[in-house]
Ligand binder design. Structure first.
Ligand code: ATP
Length: 951
């Protein structure tokens, strides 16, 4: 009994096969037939074993050379050996000679012949055969399953061999089920056999096929047979090996797949190579182990709080700043040659910082040195300037203004208006303007209350005549109506009364002018000046009363010392000016161009002449409520800052000071100014201390002979202490207590007065005279000798100034020639022409505090504040009368015990004052006994003069 493990017998579970009823099942076999069959089987088995041996040998050879999986599969597939009976000699002529059963053989031969015939008839379709071959190749990879199934046919063949021989075409169901696998097996077997020069292959169902001639003898239907034949045909073709094809050639059949595979592999390799080195080889990041404690959170660092709120518009908080040390020549500013030459003639060669900043801003667009291009007139900014006292603001605004006025043809209209707070300043500014306008047809006028109002009117307005009968008749009719009132009880009387009420000085003037001229002619008024420098009070007067006076054509409006003008209001002059500038021009006020364009209907708002506004001060206000009244357009703030002050400020700069700077603006003290303060106790000996200061510190070095003599006298005087006087201290306290409005009202009343000729004091004419030819200030005046002292003493009021003047003259009669007063009532000031070597001592009120540049044509060397100023701004302006335009100067301030706290806090340590050096405190002597006696004597004389009885 053969061992079971030698041969795999598939389970009988091949249900369809097992269950399928054999259509042509043989009838129960006879015992002889059984024997015969057994014998045949044993013979077959022998032949099979023999064939197997041979095959195994062949397979080993095949395996060595095999590369393609299909081939391997095929060769590995168990092969069903052909059955070759040993006993029966095969008929070489017969295709089925190996079949021992003659009957069977005949039958097979018969069927083979039949099949061959049919094949001959239809012809072998080579293409189909190739397709079948390809199909076999495709199936080859599943050779492992084929291997498994390949044994089945063998076993089935054993079980159902005969039944299969008689199988009919009705077994299609069973065959279909196995077709796929068996076809592959058959094909593989066929190929195998061909390769091994075998000619006989067993069918999957055990039938024997003779493929020697490429014929298929089977009981299968013709279709299947043909397919098998095709496969055999294909198999007959020389194999790759036989043809000598290399494995590479074979692989070409799989080029597409292989290409894809190669590409994918290359891509993966590339990606791997591109990975960053550390990613590839870097060590694994260390995992930080933590317990359950909360993660540390970012610390919210406390930030320093800086308040950003500001009620000010950006143009005030972000000004254009320029260093007070910036120097550049006028020639470098690309001004016109004639302008540069003209300035050089006036000894101005270098532009001061404020001039460098302001002149390009204000020059007419398109002119040389202007910052703006032609055609940009409508977007020109109005300018506010904050620059220290004596920094050259006057020329900074007058030069571009005069250049602009010069460039336009004379139209007999007022085109430039400069408003300053005091008549002294009017004179001073007008003198600079005249010097700058020299050589041109420009006319500069002044209006300051100096002289009769009528004379001033005549100087400002030219009166001509124009032929206009209709206007003349209308005018006469009005005059007749006025002079011939209707009866008082008539209806017309009321209208007459109303008309009379509105009859103005202007109308009266016009009527008078008409009556004094030719018939049918009406008077015609034109401006006699192109540029007017005036005080606000006088300006209002002219606007109200002067026939033909109009500012409707003004293109430039300058407010110098603007903060003072804004503070004092001057009877609302700003509103009045604004009304005048914004009202529509009357036909008389229109120029020829405007008239033409209006007549053509082409006049447009864009053509409205706008006024360029410039506001300046050393203590420019940042009070927006005040600045709003100026109605500035696209305002621009220019600030001149001292480098030294900046440094000094940075040392102790605080947020407070920065805030103050932006909110109120810091005030600059000229760096060349030396400030002193003198404590005077209760103030009872203040006049004596002033005398001591003048003698010992001010006039000592440069004092003229007479003063030196006086000093010698003083030296010979006793040095004993004197008893204090009482009268002057009461004066001081009066002035200290006086409210701030007293001085202001004093200024206002003076500015506004329509003075008679009596008001043209010698002081004023002196100022005017000396300012006619302004020149550059220098630190030292020309000549080898140092300048004689020019002293300006500030007092709190006109009375105080007057008393001090008397006292000084009484104490030092030899100084009387040099002492003058500059107050509201100094009509008879005994100001004499002084030689350059004589000192000048001028006692003034705050009216000299603003803008005053020189005294008797000389720069001021010392400012003495006999009475403390009322405000910081007053202090800044007072001390600013000296140390101007880079010259040196000294400022002395006396303060009593009562004023000490205020002075120290508000002036000496003011946070919004930038000074290069702190204020120095100096103690002064009150003189000897003899001087004190004299002082008492002088006081008694003054009392007698005032009260007439010495009480
Ligand atoms: N470019 C210059 N070079 C030299 N000196 C000049 C120049 N410009 C002006 N000055 C002189 O500087 C002095 C002060 O000028 P100005 O009166 O214009 O000063 P200010 O700024 O108006 O002062 P304040 O604020 O006190 O009115 C004047 O004596 C003037 O002649």
């Amino acid at each position: 009994m053969a061992p079971l493990y030698n041969r795999y017998v598939p389970p009988k579970a091949t249900a369809p096969v097992a269950a399928a009823p054999a259509p042509s099942a043989p009838a129960p076999a006879s015992p002889d037939a059984d024997k015969k069959r057994k014998r045949e089987r044993s013979e077959e088995q022998k032949a099979e074993r023999k064939a197997k041996k041979l095959r195994n040998k062949d397979v080993e050879e095949e395996e060595d050379a095999a590369a393609a999986p299909a081939i391997v599969a095929v060769t590995e597939a168990p092969v069903v050996e052909p059955v070759v009976p040993n006993e029966i000699k095969p008929n070489p002529k017969s295709e089925f000679a190996h079949v021992t059963n003659i009957k069977k053989r005949h039958k097979l031969e018969k069927e083979a012949r039949k099949a061959r015939k049919e094949a001959e008839k239809t012809g072998v379709n080579v293409g189909e055969a190739q397709a079948v071959s390809a199909e076999a190749d495709a199936v080859a990879p599943s050779a492992s399953s084929a291997k498994h199934n390949a044994t089945a046919p063998g076993s089935e063949g054993e079980v159902d061999g005969e039944g299969l021989q008689d199988a009919t075409a009705g077994e299609t169901t069973r065959r279909k089920k196995r077709r796929k696998d068996t076809e592959a097996e058959q094909t593989a077997g066929a190929i195998e056999e061909v390769n091994g020069s075998e000619s006989i292959l067993p069918d999957q169902d055990g039938m024997v096929l003779d493929v020697t001639n490429g014929n298929v003898a089977t009981t299968e239907p013709a279709k299947r047979r043909h397919k098998l034949e095709d496969v055999l045909q294909q198999a007959k073709k020389p194999s790759r090996k036989a043809k000598g094809e290399s494995e590479d050639d074979h692989l070409k059949n799989y080029t597409g797949v292989m290409d894809k595979f190669q590409k994918a592999r290359q891509l993966a390799e590339l990606k791997e190579a591109e990975k960053p080195q550390e990613e590839k080889a870097g060590p694994e990041p260390e995992v930080q182990k933590r317990d359950l404690a909360p993660f540390p959170q970012p610390v919210n660092e406390p930030k320093e709080f800086k308040p950003t709120f500001s009620a000010l518009p950006s143009w005030l908080t972000k000004p254009t700043t320029i260093s007070s040390e910036a120097r550049v020549s006028f020639a470098e500013m690309e001004l016109s040659e004639s302008t540069v030459k003209h300035l050089a003639d006036l000894s101005f060669r270098e532009a001061l910082p404020v001039q460098q900043a302001l002149i390009p801003l204000l020059l007419q667009p398109g002119t040389k040195g202007s910052k703006f291009l032609p055609g940009t007139d409508n977007v020109l900014p109005d300018v506010a300037v904050s620059a220290a006292t004596g920094s050259g603001k006057t020329i900074a605004y007058l030069l571009p203004m005069i250049e602009a006025l010069k460039s336009t043809t004379s139209q007999e209209r007022l085109r430039g208006l400069v408003v300053v707070p005091t008549r002294e300043l009017v004179m001073q500014v007008a003198a600079v303007a005249e010097s700058l306008a020299k050589g041109s047809s420009l006319k500069v006028g002044i209006s300051s209350g100096v002289g009769r109002f009528k004379d001033e009117q005549q100087r400002l307005i030219n009166t001509g005549r124009k032929y206009d009968p209709a206007a003349y008749a209308e005018l006469m009719q009005k005059a007749h109506r006025r002079d011939n009132p209707p009866p008082i009880d008539s209806e017309d009387f009321e209208a007459y009364a109303d008309e009379l009420e509105q009859w103005t000085d202007r109308q009266e003037q016009e009527l008078q002018d008409a009556l004094h001229r030719l018939e049918d002619h009406v008077p015609e008024y034109t401006s006699a000046v192109d540029l007017l420098v005036c005080t606000p009070g006088r300006l209002l007067e002219h606007l109200g009363s002067t026939l033909g006076f109009s500012i409707a054509s003004v293109a430039w409006l300058v407010l110098d010392e603007a903060d003072k003008l804004l503070d004092q209001q001057y009877d609302g002059f700003l509103q009045r000016v604004d009304e005048e500038l914004s009202r529509p021009r009357t036909e008389v006020e229109q120029d020829a161009r405007e008239k033409y364009l209006r007549a053509k209907g082409l006049w447009d708002d864009r053509f409205e002449r706008r006024v360029r506004k410039v506001v300046l001060s050393a203590t420019m206000t940042r009070d927006i409520s005040k600045l709003t009244a100026l109605k500035l357009r696209r305002p621009h703030l220019v600030v001149v800052q001292g480098a030294e002050q900046k440094h000094a400020r940075s040392v102790d700069a605080t947020n407070d000071t920065e805030m103050l700077d932006s909110e109120t603006g810091a005030f600059e003290i000229p760096p060349t100014l030396k400030e002193y303060c003198v404590p005077v106790g209760d103030g009872s000996e203040k006049p004596l201390q002033l005398l001591d200061l003048l003698q010992s510190r001010v006039l000592a070095s440069q004092a003229p002979k007479s003063i030196k003599e006086s000093q010698a006298e003083r030296a010979s005087d006793s040095d004993s202490d004197s008893s204090s006087s009482d009268s002057d201290s009461s004066d001081e306290s009066d002035s200290d207590d006086s409210d701030s409005s007293s001085s202001s009202s004093e200024d206002v009343s003076e500015d506004d007065s329509d003075d008679s000729e009596a008001s043209s004091s010698s002081d004023e004419s002196e100022v005017s005279k000396t300012e006619k030819a302004p020149t550059a200030s220098h630190g030292q005046e020309s000549g080898s000798a140092a300048p004689a002292p020019t002293v300006l003493i500030f007092t709190a009021s006109t009375e105080s100034a007057s008393r001090l003047s008397h006292l000084l003259r009484g104490l030092r009669p030899d100084w009387s020639a040099f002492i003058t007063t500059l107050t509201k009532t100094t009509h008879n000031a005994n100001h004499r022409a002084t030689k350059s070597t004589d000192p000048v001592i001028t006692i003034a009120t705050d009216r000299a505090g603003r803008g005053l540049d020189t005294l008797s044509g000389r720069r001021i060397t010392h400012v003495l504040q006999y009475d403390v100023p009322r405000a910081l701004t007053a202090y800044v302006h007072r001390v600013g009368r000296t140390a101007r335009a880079g010259a040196s100067g000294e400022a002395w301030t006396f303060y009593s015990d009562r004023e000490a706290r205020w002075f120290v806090n508000e002036i000496m340590r003011a946070v919004n004052v930038r000074r290069s050096e702190p204020v120095e405190r100096v103690r002064l002597q009150a003189g000897g006994e003899e001087l004190k006696d004299k002082f008492a004597e002088v006081l008694a004389g003054m009392r007698e003069a005032v009260f007439g009885g010495g009480k």
